[in-house]
Design a protein around this ligand. Structure first.
Ligand code: HEM
Length: 147
């Protein structure tokens, strides 16, 4: 069961983090160069069909993995417990990702145009950085980086 959860978690991680790296390094420079909001909207509408389910799988499997490692949920932010460091890092990154995504979805995207493309870039780049930090925080459980 743990192996299956970890496998799902890792497949979803490749989609979430990989998709954001492609968005930041390949699509975004083209969008800014051509000043084309449409190019960005086209990528977003194609990617969200697979990116959103991936994030949901990530959160559900992540919470189950965390529960397996530390069944007492009240200790997940207790910094005297070494394994809680990684869990707290993951949950903090999740909160930041959700805040940026909601702001993009409800404030920036509805009036997306050539004029506020840079505003959108300031959402895409941080969410990509968080997605890489998610992977590093994940690896830290085994590598012991955060204990
Ligand atoms: C987009 C979001 C996420 C990404 C990209 C991600 C990525 C990863 C990666 C690459 C690993 C390493 C697995 C290994 O060492 O074999 C991992 C492990 C882990 N993740 Fe995530 N993760 C995400 C979200 C979450 C969330 C929301 C939680 C909830 C607390 C979570 C909890 C865990 C746990 C507990 C492990 C350790 C599993 C183990 O080593 O046995 N993750 N994650």
């Amino acid at each position: 069961m743990y192996g299956l959860l970890l496998a799902l978690h890792l497949i979803a991680a490749t989609i979430w983090t990989g998709g954001h790296i492609v968005l930041s390094l390949v699509i975004l420079p083209k969008v800014l160069k051509r000043r084309s909001a449409q190019l960005l909207l086209d990528f977003e509408s194609a990617y969200e069909k697979i990116g959103m389910p991936a994030l949901i799988i990530q959160v559900v499997t992540g919470l189950m993995l965390a529960y397996h490692l530390l069944p007492d949920v009240s200790l997940w932010f207790d910094m005297s417990v070494p394994v809680a460091h990684g869990i707290a890092a993951k949950l903090s990154l999740l909160a930041l990702t959700v805040l940026f995504a909601l702001d993009a979805r409800f404030r920036v995207i509805p009036k997306l145009s050539e004029a506020n493309l840079v505003d959108m870039a300031w959402h895409i780049i941080p969410v990509t950085v968080f997605s890489v930090l998610f992977v590093l925080a994940g690896v830290s459980f085994r590598a012991g980086w955060l204990v």
